[in-house]
Ligand binder design. Structure first.
Ligand code: FES
Length: 254
């Protein structure tokens, strides 16, 4: 590894795969100059612009908001737009980037997220409010609002889904991302299909499939806790009837 003032020469090791020509993925190394501010996404852009225009990856916002740049860096899922190369270099000055694991590769870092979005749709991630919408606003307590906060910050990047060892072998499993979003709706006192939601998430492919090994927490770039959401849903599913009755009472005072 050579250093030169504020820049240094590093190796970016990338998994490449073009299904039109390759039988299986191969690792390729690229040497480039970076500064202390160069992010992994910057490095990919630089490689694409100066060394190999066929390198394919997703990105959009560059600010850890859109969730499209999730990849696997040195064995760990993360967003690459807010990760500096320097922070991930090994002793030889190299960093290894692969696509999100356990998902079909379309090309290079681009994976097929169909199962991810199908499971998201399955939990009906939208609010189903009562017919009687108040003239001004729904009145919720600060505690009720705070309970929703965690799930609302999820940017649907797929890092947790792809780190989950249950989804790795069973694409029918709803998955940590969708269960986190399901918890957002189940805990929302305005929602009216709580019973239906709890039945869906407690079925064969739901919360009781989770092995509670916390990979989703490790992978989440927003430091959210899908495991906790799953645990909450498990408890609510077990006392579903009482919870649904309490929800109906609560809605009278919204
Ligand atoms: S480019 Fe949008 S989260 Fe990274």
């Amino acid at each position: 590894m050579a250093t030169n003032g504020t820049t240094r020469t590093v190796t970016i090791r990338l998994q490449r795969f073009n299904p039109d020509v390759d039988k299986k993925p191969v690792m390729k190394e690229y040497t480039l100059e970076i500064t202390s501010d160069t992010t992994i996404l910057d490095a990919l852009e630089q490689i694409k612009a100066t060394q190999d225009g066929s390198l394919t990856f997703r990105r959009s916002c560059r600010h850890a908001i859109c969730g499209s740049c999730a990849m696997n860096v040195n064995g760990r899922n993360t967003l690459v737009c807010n990760q500096r190369v320097n922070a991930h270099l090994d002793r030889k000055g190299a960093v290894t980037v692969r696509p999100l694991p356990y998902l079909p590769i379309i090309k290079d870092m681009v994976v097929d997220r169909t199962s991810f979005w199908e499971q998201y749709q399955r939990v009906k991630p939208w609010l189903v409010p009562p017919d009687d919408v108040p003239e001004k606003e729904f009145r919720m307590t600060p505690e009720e609002v705070a309970a929703l906060n965690d799930a609302e910050k999820c940017i649907m990047c797929g890092a947790c889904y792809s780190a989950c060892t249950v989804t790795a072998v069973n694409k029918r499993y709803i998955g940590p991302h969708a269960l986190l979003k399901a918890s957002l709706r189940v805990l929302d006192p305005r929602d009216t299909i709580t019973n239906e939601r709890l039945i869906e998430i407690s079925g064969n492919d739901g919360v009781f499939r989770c092995h509670t090994i916390f990979n989703c927490i490790d992978a989440c770039p927003k430091k959210l806790n899908p495991t906790q959401a799953i645990e909450t849903l498990r408890k609510l599913a077990q006392k579903r009837e009482a919870f649904v009755a309490a929800r109906k009472e609560r809605q009278k005072s919204l």
